[in-house]
Ligand binder design. Structure first.
Ligand SMILES: Nc1ncnc2c1ncn2[C@@H]1O[C@H](COP(=O)(O)OP(=O)(O)OP(=O)(O)O)[C@@H](O)[C@H]1O
Ligand SMILES: [Mg+2]
Length: 384
């Protein structure tokens, strides 16, 4: 058993994770067998303690193995034209990640391609969406890492992971390494910071400093002021992804309406929505549209009366449409309305075309003081 433990630990220390996991699990089995023969309670408690430790370690290693192999973004396909506004950000990202491969002749030592780009701005303004569009364009050459993946409670594990992430991005020929929610990995140093956190940042600095040629790191954050200054300095382009202005909101509303070509909104209605969404992020506009599209579902669910017309049930609301309508399940002999629940209907429910009455005023999610903080940081640090 001791020999097995020694082999497991040395495989772990050597970084042979798969072998270490196998050995730790074998060790757990062996301990379980040994425990059956042990009658002393204190000894049995010791066995259990060891088994728990080994299982926990094997689980931690398995998680890091999965993290490394799962990192490739199963990208949601996003076209640049799906993103409203942000034309400078789009141009800059394509300039960094696409042009050098298409037209290397445009770049040389005096005019190198951008390799470290930071996207910052309030929540819900399109930072992750921009990265998804870039992923769609460059395909397999895109690797994403989220901070949560890279932080491990095991000492020394996180730096190793960061090193592995950069190395495997290089080895797989990836050109873009996207670090989402970068602030949680790159937060400025504090006095009470653990050694683990500090060494993550040291490793990141090192990796950012010594990147393979052709590799581009794109980091996104909605709290740029929390990022360690030394790390922030490594990003030669810091792109402000602001709240949408009027034109961007108009473009977004039109994009959303394209998905429902049978909608009943006229140009005045579009302008009304643009006005109502002043102060909203693009994600808020998205939520407003989703709620509007969901409105018929809610109405159908809340309806107690339905009219069957053209083979479809039309929800009529909670109140009986006429005085003769039944109070229990059944069809009204006078107006033909059916008292029923949406779950009991025997035919499809009518879905009305999207109209202004489906919209409720949006709720801005980003407080004004947060916007001021971004504008202020942008005025001092943005490079666009
Ligand atoms: N510029 C945009 N054009 C179209 N849709 C957008 C845009 N920005 C955001 N959205 C919508 O809002 C959702 C959230 O956007 P995204 O995840 O890119 O925000 P983010 O800037 O990364 O926010 P966070 O800082 O909170 O991570 C998107 O899925 C999309 O539906
Ligand atoms: Mg995001």
């Amino acid at each position: 058993m001791n020999e097995l433990a020694r082999r497991a630990v040395s495989a772990d220390v050597a970084g042979s994770k798969e072998e270490a996991v196998e050995l730790y699990l074998k060790l757990v089995d062996t301990l379980a067998e040994a425990m059956k023969l042990e009658s002393d309670r204190a000894e049995r408690a010791k066995y259990t303690q060891h088994m728990l430790e080994y299982v926990e370690r094997a689980e931690a290693l398995t998680r890091t193995l999965q993290t490394v192999s799962r990192r490739k973004l199963v990208a949601r396909r996003v076209a640049w034209s799906d993103i409203a506004g942000l034309s400078e950000a789009k141009d800059l990202l394509r300039q960094a990640a696409v042009l050098p491969r298409l037209h290397p002749e445009l770049f040389d030592e005096a005019c190198p391609a951008w390799t470290r780009v930071m996207l910052f701005g309030p929540p819900g303004t399109g930072k992750t969406l921009l990265a998804s569009a870039l992923a769609t364009e460059v395909g397999a050459s895109f690797v994403q890492v989220s901070a949560a993946d890279a932080v491990s409670k095991w000492q020394g594990e996180s730096e190793k992971l960061i090193r592995e992430i950069f190395e495997s991005a290089s080895a797989s020929g990836a050109c873009v390494l996207f670090i989402d929610e970068a602030d949680s990995l790159m937060r400025a140093r504090t006095d009470d910071e653990s050694d683990g956190r500090r060494s993550i940042k040291t490793e990141l600095l090192l990796q950012l400093q010594n990147m393979r040629e052709g590799l581009i790191v794109v980091a996104a954050t909605n709290t740029p002021w929390e990022i360690d200054i030394a790390i922030a300095r490594r990003f030669e382009r810091k792109i402000y992804v602001p709240m949408p202005d009027q034109d961007t909101r108009r473009e977004l509303v039109r994009l959303k309406l394209q998905a429902r070509p049978d909608h009943l909104l006229d140009p005045f209605d579009v302008e009304e929505l643009v006005r109502q969404t002043d102060g909203c992020s693009c994600a808020d506009v998205d939520v407003m549209f989703r709620a509007a599209l969901n409105r018929p579902v809610v109405l159908a669910q809340q309806s107690d009366y339905f009219a069957l017309r053209g083979g479809e049930y039309h929800p009529l609301g909670k109140e009986p449409p006429c005085g003769a309508c039944p109070r229990e399940k059944g069809v009204c002999g006078a107006c033909g309305a059916e008292r029923a629940s949406v779950y009991d209907l025997g035919a499809p429910v009518h879905r009305p075309a999207l109209s202004m009455e489906h919209f409720a005023p949006p709720i801005p999610s980003v407080p004004p003081e947060r916007l001021r903080a971004h504008a202020d940081w942008a005025s001092r640090h943005a490079t666009l």
